[in-house]
Design a protein around this ligand. Sequence first.
Ligand SMILES: Nc1nc2c(ncn2[C@@H]2O[C@H](COP(=O)(O)OP(=O)(O)OP(=O)(O)O)[C@@H](O)[C@H]2O)c(=O)[nH]1
Ligand SMILES: [K+]
Ligand SMILES: [Mg+2]
Length: 565
Amino acid sequence: MVGCTLPPWLLGGQREGFALRVRWEPPWVCGVHMEGSWAGVHVNGVVGYPCTPYGGCGRGAPHPGAPSPCCLPCPRCAQRLCSAAWGDTIFAVSSGHGRCGVAVIRTSGPGSRGALQSLTGRPALPPPRVLALRRIRDPATGEPLDRGLVVWFQGGDGVHQTPPRQRPGSAGPQSFTGEDCAELHVHGGPAVVSGVLRALGALPGLRPAEPGEFTRRAFRRGKLDLTAAEGLGDLIRAETEAQRRQALRQMEGELGRLYQHWSDALTQALAHLEAYIDFSEDDNVEEEVLSQVDATVRALEREIGSHLQDGRRGELLRGGVRAVIAGPPNVGKSSLLNLLCQRPAAIVSPVAGTTRDVVEVALNVGGYPLVLSDTAGLRDATDPVEKEGVSRARDRLQEADLVLAVLDATAVPTEPVGLGAALGSLQPPPTTPCIMVLNKADLLKGKGGSLRAACTQGHPLPPVTLLSCKTGEGLDHLLALLARELARLCGDPLSGSPSLTQSRHSLHLRQCAVALARYGRERRSDLGLAAERLRLARRHLGSITGHVSTEDILDIIFRDFCVGK
Ligand SMILES: Nc1nc2c(ncn2[C@@H]2O[C@H](COP(=O)(O)OP(=O)(O)OP(=O)(O)O)[C@@H](O)[C@H]2O)c(=O)[nH]1
Ligand SMILES: [K+]
Ligand SMILES: [Mg+2]
């Protein structure tokens, strides 16, 4: 805070050089809310915020001594203040873009009330959270822009700041961001939408929102934790039912609650350990306390360990299972890709070695997301371009979550051992699940019966099915096998404890588990060091939910959101 200029209305006639005490806390105490930073300043017992790039008009200009376009009367006390000092107000189209029946334009921030009053031309707002039909005008010219529905959501207004929710689920301001919000449901024509956006942008203190800024403000106000914010992002991107179920569960806070529960247990264990360290010499704290702490830590280690060993279910469901079609040249791999996605995505030809580049399509099989890749036929190629294709195919095979091994049904042996050897020649990664597809079944003559018998024998073979890409025969069976494998890999998103969905989570959980294991090792030799391990473990849990976070992590998380969310 050193060197920053305080606006005179905040200083209230203080002399220069007055001592300032900085509180790094959420700014809800009778001061002015400052979006983007948590610093509040105590000036002679009064909490306020300096006019810095983080709050105020950003120019250090005195407000409201010298009125400027950004000075607005405070909606409650009518004092004229730098509107930016109480947090700027953002706006964006929150419905999809392009021509549509209805477009929803949303605002968030202390200027929402004034914006709604200006655009509807009425000082009285509709009751909160109730739709009202209003004529919407450009306040600068008075020109009607549309007739539409408006909604008003009362939040904490930024000047008379209400405490943000400390935990998701507790009571708080009834708006998405926790701030004052307004929504304008207007006709979705481009001219209407751009007219309303222009009118909003001309109001003092209002500016277009950055991608994800509404959700970021909701996070800031404690309306949701980071896992819930990530769940919301996933829900918007969800393309299949299983993805939607998982995202909704996470958005509603189930994953966050699980991690919070672990963090609470750890906090309690740490408090007991610290009490033991401080008071055990006075014999006020018994040895049992220490064994209780040990038991809690061991239980947590076990729970986190099994949560981590979920076979990446949540991540697979979130990002899609990467299935790779692999096999010798000309067996019908590209034909299979085209059959599954029902369009000619890959070139099919009788020439062996047609496919070189990896061709990728996204599919929805039984509600599960599948990212399917067609690859070059595996053989010792001499042509340098084909060679590169084969090398890419082998790379993809190594990264696959599921392999669709395609073989020519007319060319494979009819007994299981021979079939297994044919599969082995493709060298699929040994632990990756696999489905064998014996294609060109329409060309099988007398051989069909014995091959069918070999297919149903099961073990030691992976699931095998006969297929004809030409006639479509066997497609239903292949789809059923695929759906079964996908369900096994992704799990049921509604049952059991919520799944890990992001590598960010598993990274912190792994580091948390390492710290807990170190506690176990160090606890006999150095209790102080052991306590430090628990603190570190708790910090890692806090990083997942956002109770401990840095701006750059937040930037990465909210970067992928769309504007208006
Ligand atoms: N009779 C019959 N012919 C098929 C079937 N599936 C594919 N073919 C034919 O087999 C030839 C090769 O098909 P592709 O799909 O190009 O095979 P590929 O495995 O992708 O070939 P490469 O990319 O060269 O490795 C084409 O002439 C297809 O029409 C099938 O089920 N039955
Ligand atoms: K081919
Ligand atoms: Mg091909």
